[in-house]
Write a protein that binds this ligand. Structure first.
Ligand code: 5AD
Ligand code: SF4
Ligand code: FES
Length: 335
């Protein structure tokens, strides 16, 4: 290992502060195993061995947006679209609770079918189960975020995706980085716990821009940061990015752990989709959260953000116990 890398890891471990240039050095490490080890130590020291499980319910794959990288984009006519009705979403949440989950994450494309009234109903019914509730339903107005909060939502996930203006406007037509940032600020201001993050490996995304993304997440500061490796979807118009971005995602995640030692960091589904042991490797490189799929099996194959997504043929119950086995096999505990 290079001497400057050792010094930087020591500095990060002690101060939890690095400049953009210093972050770049870590992202460029040839052999990143010392970085992963260091992030694992910081995780252990600050938050211990517990792993939080969040039950993910993908309740609608309709989306009015047209992100160039995403299989659910409105112009992808090959997708069979589905919506789960409010009553059935509530039933799924009850089922997830019975499997021991303490948090439900409701995720969908940006789907106007779910009005503020419908969502407020769903949220308040799920909150009666005495369980934490996270929303991941995209860009909304301040008033909408406020109404969901008042109905009982606790947390909100919204990735910044990239803080590179040029890339953002290229990949997210009719959307703006400025508004995305405003949404994140509004969510924070309303008292939600904020989860954000990026896609790693987008065509023409540079390590310099990723270093800026990391500093942006720290500046908020976010309560949770998730990194998804870009996986090319053949039914999207984006150019094919060469390479497997699993290792890059792991590096970004590890740097985030060094800079934000107490936040929640998920071992993401996209990581496991690229590497059969991806979530475990992530849990050993700084992560402390897993979000198993709790969507009914019949819908799973239609929520194809990217190809090769794991768990498509599995049931909510199967995933709950599958992940427990994996987590306990590395001597970590579910909390
Ligand atoms: N590869 C990896 N992640 C993707 N996402 C969207 N498309 C892709 C893709 N092709 C991620 C985005 C979004 C989340 C729901 O899925 O980061 O926020
Ligand atoms: Fe819709 Fe999200 Fe996919 Fe963009 S990334 S098209 S907002 S589901
Ligand atoms: Fe779904 Fe293992 S978590 S099959």
């Amino acid at each position: 290992m290079e001497k400057d890398e050792i010094l930087l890891l020591e500095k990060a471990e002690k101060t939890h502060n690095l400049s953009e240039e210093e972050i770049l050095v870590l992202l460029k490490m040839q052999d990143a195993s010392p970085l992963f080890k260091c992030a694992d130590n910081v995780r252990k020291l600050y938050i211990g061995g517990g792993v939080h499980l969040r039950a993910l319910i993908e309740f609608s794959n309709y989306c009015k947006r047209n992100c160039l990288y995403c299989g659910l984009r409105c112009e992808n006519k090959k997708v069979q679209r589905y919506r789960i009705e409010p009553e059935s979403i509530i039933e799924l949440a009850k089922k997830a609770k019975s499997y021991g989950y303490k948090t439900i994450v409701l995720q969908s494309g940006e789907d106007a079918y779910y009005s503020v009234e419908k969502l407020a109903f769903i949220i308040s019914e799920i909150k009666k189960l005495d369980i934490a509730l996270t929303l991941s339903i995209g860009e909304k107005t301040y008033e909408e975020y406020k109404a969901y909060k008042e109905a009982g939502a606790d947390r909100y996930l919204i990735r910044i995706e990239t803080t590179d203006e040029k890339l953002y406007s290229k990949f997210n037509p009719q959307m703006s980085l400025k508004n995305r940032m405003l949404c994140i600020e509004n969510i924070k201001r309303l008292g939600y716990e904020v989860g954000s993050g990026i896609i790693a490996g987008l065509p023409r995304q540079t390590l310099e821009s990723i270093a800026k993304d990391i500093l942006y997440l720290k500046s908020i500061p976010v309560d949770m940061a998730g990194i998804g490796p870009f996986i090319y979807h053949p039914d999207t118009p984006i150019e094919k990015s060469e390479g497997n971005f699993f290792e890059l995602s792991l590096k970004i995640m590890a740097v985030l752990r060094l800079l934000m030692p107490s936040i929640n960091i998920p071992a993401t589904t996209a990581m496991e989709s690229l590497n059969p042991n991806g979530r475990i490797l992530a849990l050993q490189s700084g992560a402390n959260v897993v979000m198993p799929n709790a969507t009914e099996t019949v819908y799973r194959k239609f929520y194809e953000i990217y190809p090769g997504k794991i768990c498509l043929g599995d049931s909510p119950k199967h995933c709950r116990f599958c992940i427990e086995g994996k987590i306990t096999s590395i001597e970590r505990t579910i909390i």
